[in-house]
Design a protein around this ligand. Structure first.
Ligand SMILES: Cc1ncc(COP(=O)(O)O)c(C=O)c1O
Length: 366
């Protein structure tokens, strides 16, 4: 059996007529930028996250950058981000001119360590960006309490967490704003790049919309300089079709994760699923000591794997100027050497999930 890490073609085949007709409709109406499909998707996605406003942008990195700019972050400010994430989280901070400060993560969940966030706060700290990593919500109750006490803003990086929730409250409702990525491999993925900012603040959502569209809301009425970062009509139409299937795909991801939780070999260390959290399993990540050998074994048996992420952000060459060593982020540094992502996807079958646990079981019983 083959279990690719991700099979986007299989997902497309399952919804082909709907996707093809949505694409054709945009081409027929030449609604490539803005238009009805764009508005319809923004409204549907806001409803999906149970927030008031959604602004479609060109990708998840721009979403972070546009949100931070619109929240007033810039030179002289410091923003705290977790040491284990994709570089976009920290990159967006630097793009605004603010200084990125890294906090270590929890060994149990790989999510931002609130105690370390508190240690990293200085007089210049203005905001924190928790990442709902792998699809599991970050500890928002604790972070919100800290942010309120220390006067910090919160931007939720929800790039990997469409539909995730804490005690039934969807991500996007815990900070000033939240950002999403619709990169093709994400839980809700476009057929190219795409992203969104959601917020319950009309004022902030309008600022984001303006900044992402050359500083205007109306044609040629530019109130400030901005950038060009819009979700295009084709992507919006495709995302609207896929959004209708997202809950079903998410439930399948969770069912596969349940199977892994129960049936993975005892040698494999699991991450904790925090009680009350709806973890949407963008990735199912395990901790293992013999990663290279296990990866090779899985590859030989037709199972795809990944590593998210192999180098802690502060230790990337891009941040060499900060002079960090592994000792500064002991948990994230160690996790990077042990973590491995195994296949989980809405288009995957339970037979495939059973095959993955059998193959891993075979490795440890050798
Ligand atoms: C945690 C995180 N933040 C931000 C991004 C950036 O999103 P995009 O690739 O759409 O720019 C990604 C995805 O790549 C991500 O995983």
């Amino acid at each position: 059996m083959n279990v690719p890490f991700l099979d986007l073609k299989k997902q497309y085949d399952s919804i082909k007529p709907e996707i093809d007709s949505a694409i054709q409709e945009i081409i027929n109406s030449s609604a490539f930028i803005g238009g009805a499909a764009h508005k319809k998707f923004e409204e549907a996605f806001a409803a999906h996250q149970n927030v008031k406003f959604c602004v479609g942008v060109a990708n998840g990195t721009d979403a972070l950058y546009v949100a931070l700019k619109s929240m007033g972050l810039g030179a002289e400010d410091e923003v705290i981000v977790p040491a284990n994430s994709f570089i976009a989280t920290s990159e967006a901070v630097s793009l605004t001119g603010a200084r990125v400060v890294f906090a270590d993560v929890s060994r149990a969940t790989a999510l931002i360590d609130v105690a370390d966030v508190e240690r990293k706060i200085t007089a210049k700290t203005k905001a924190v960006i928790p990442v709902h990593l792998y699809g599991q919500p970050a500890p928002m109750k604790e972070l919100k309490a800290l942010a309120q006490k220390r006067g910090l803003k919160i931007l939720e990086d929800s790039a990997q967490a469409h539909g995730a929730a804490i005690d039934g409250v969807r991500v996007g409702n815990f900070g000033e704003a939240a950002t999403f990525s619709f990169f093709p491999g994400k839980n809700l993925g476009a057929y190219g790049d795409g992203g969104a900012i959601v917020s319950n603040s009309q004022e902030l959502a309008e600022k984001c919309r303006m900044y992402a569209n050359h500083g205007r809301l109306d044609k040629y009425d530019h109130k400030m300089e901005g950038i060009n970062s819009r979700l295009d009509g084709l992507q919006a139409a495709i995302l609207s079709v896929k959004l209708k299937h997202l809950e079903k795909w998410t439930e399948q991801r969770i069912a596969i994760a349940d199977h892994y939780d129960k049936h993975l070999s005892k040698e494999v260390e699991r991450f904790e699923r925090v009680q009350g959290n709806r973890h949407v399993y963008h990735l199912y990540v395990i901790k293992v000591k013999d990663r290279e050998a296990l990866q090779a074994h899985l590859k030989e048996k037709g199972v795809g794997t990944g590593i998210h992420y192999p180098i802690a952000l502060p230790l990337l060459k891009a941040y060499a100027h900060l002079g960090h060593t592994e000792k500064d982020f002991p948990v994230a540094s160690r996790l990077c050497k042990e973590i491995m992502s195994i296949p989980v996807d809405g288009a995957m079958t339970m037979d495939q999930a059973r095959y993955v646990t059998d193959v891993i079981g075979g490795f440890y019983s050798k």
